[in-house]
Design a protein around this ligand. Structure first.
Ligand code: AMP
Length: 429
């Protein structure tokens, strides 16, 4: 299906062509006509599927056809779970908006930075506001923004929004929105809590399901390398050097591990930076910009970087620590092999985490060959079984097993359990 069959106007199509998009992705082909027709939409669209343009293009087109905003009011609201995603979605919207003959205002607001410039920016009103929920509520509390003119609401990455304790925030935001509006909900997964949110929000939605990343991007090669825990950093250095990885995103389990591993890489003269929620927003933005401009070769990140981030031309991701869940694995992998490019996803596995990797494989219907790199073979004990060596210097709080699910439930795990229990009728348990 060509873009011309989606119902987009010639000026929006020209903006697409200028971005180099030739054909709509599957989620775009289905969502664009539905949004233009004014329907509510429920889309199960994984990261990397082109979901941002799927709502951004028809949303902007509809805004071109309705009157301009009044002071302090927004005409469309896009709620996103993280600051990074806010910047990314805002960039896509502005990119297209700036190419249109009629100027449309896109305002991006998120926490971790001063609220004053954001309040000033909203004074004259805006066409689209892209917001994280916490900062949106702050702005509403300051009377810097009104939501009574919002005619389209987008919940992007709804599953992640719910992870951040969104339910209470949503109750406050929903009260301020007009009852008559279009609602678009995009989510990578459909956990019961997402379905419950969708049931309460959407009216006769057009339902869209596109294939998960593993199917949609068969070009991601996956590899598991057996290695002792204490040799992972050396192996990582070795692979970056010998495989000539120009840009690599390394996932670890904790903020502390991100700091330590990136420091060790720097000591080995590999430009590396940590990326996690303990850093200031300014630092996080800087690290991503430097990574995209190839000023940094390796970014060592927590799962904060697993979803939503769009880093063009990222050939390799490494699971230094295995992800806690199979879903997290999908999202981490989705950082590479984007927009048709090929990618490599490497998982380090030591005997202690072998069972956990098997669980992830089972969930994805995969069976990865265990490879060994010469010089980094796992040590074997007297019985010939490789043993996993826990680093003697593991700092307090750093889980040497890489925060593997089942070892110790995190706060997030507990929250998910409660949400799952609340959304399952007793008869289903
Ligand atoms: P998203 O899933 O929205 O994060 O988009 C993933 C990547 O696909 C981004 O780099 C987009 O610029 C790119 N993209 C989105 N739509 C298209 C398209 N129709 N053709 C080619 N690339 C696209």
């Amino acid at each position: 299906m060509p873009f011309t069959s989606t119902g987009l106007r010639p000026d929006v199509l020209a903006a697409m062509a200028a971005k180099g998009y030739q054909q709509p992705t599957p989620v775009q082909a289905q969502a664009i006509p539905a949004v233009l027709a004014g329907h509510d939409v429920l889309a199960c669209a994984p990261t990397g599927s082109g979901k941002t343009a799927a709502f951004a293009l028809p949303l902007l087109q509809r805004l071109l056809e309705t009157p301009t905003p009044t002071p302090k009011a927004a005409r469309a609201l896009v709620l996103v779970p993280t600051r990074e995603l806010a910047v990314q979605v805002g960039t896509t919207l502005r990119d297209v908006a700036n190419r249109l003959p009629v100027g449309l205002r896109v305002t991006v607001v998120f926490g971790g930075v001063s609220i004053n410039p954001q309040m000033l920016g909203l004074r004259g009103g805006t066409d689209v506001v892209v917001a994280t929920p916490g900062r949106l509520l702050d702005l509403l509390d300051h009377n810097a923004l009104r939501l009574d003119s919002v005619h389209t609401l987008v919940l992007d990455e709804a599953d992640r929004l719910l992870d951040t304790g969104f339910a209470d925030e949503w109750a406050r935001i929903a009260q301020l929105l007009p009852a008559r509006r279009q609602n678009l909900l995009f989510s990578a997964t459909f956990a019961p809590a997402v379905q419950a949110l969708a049931d309460g929000l959407l009216r006769e939605p057009v339902r869209i399901d596109v294939a998960p990343v593993a199917e949609a991007a068969p070009d991601i090669e996956q590899l598991a390398i057996s290695v002792d825990t204490r040799h992972r950093t050396q192996l990582l250095r070795h692979l970056i050097d010998t495989e000539h990885w120009k840009r690599v995103l390394v996932f670890v389990a904790t903020q502390h591990a991100a700091d330590i591993v990136s420091e060790k890489l720097r000591k080995a003269r590999i430009s590396a930076e940590p990326f996690h929620g303990g850093l200031s927003q300014g630092k996080r933005t800087q690290v991503l910009a430097d990574f995209k401009l190839s000023r940094v070769r390796a970014v060592v990140a927590t799962d904060l970087a697993a979803r939503g981030l769009d880093i063009t031309d990222l050939p390799v991701v490494v699971n230094y620590d295995l992800p806690r869940s199979a879903d997290d694995h999908t999202h981490r992998m989705g950082r590479t092999g984007r927009a048709g490019a090929s990618g490599l996803a490497v998982s380090f596995v030591c005997p202690d985490t072998e069972d956990h990797l098997r669980l992830i494989e089972k969930r994805h219907g995969l069976q990865l060959k265990r490879e060994v790199v010469r010089g980094f073979e796992p040590e074997a004990d007297d019985t010939g079984v490789p043993k996993c060596v826990v680093p003697p210097s593991a700092p307090r709080g750093l889980d040497p097993n890489g925060g593997v699910k089942g070892k110790r439930p995190s706060k997030k795990d507990k929250l998910r359990q409660v949400q799952a229990q609340n959304s399952n009728p007793p008869g289903d348990r």
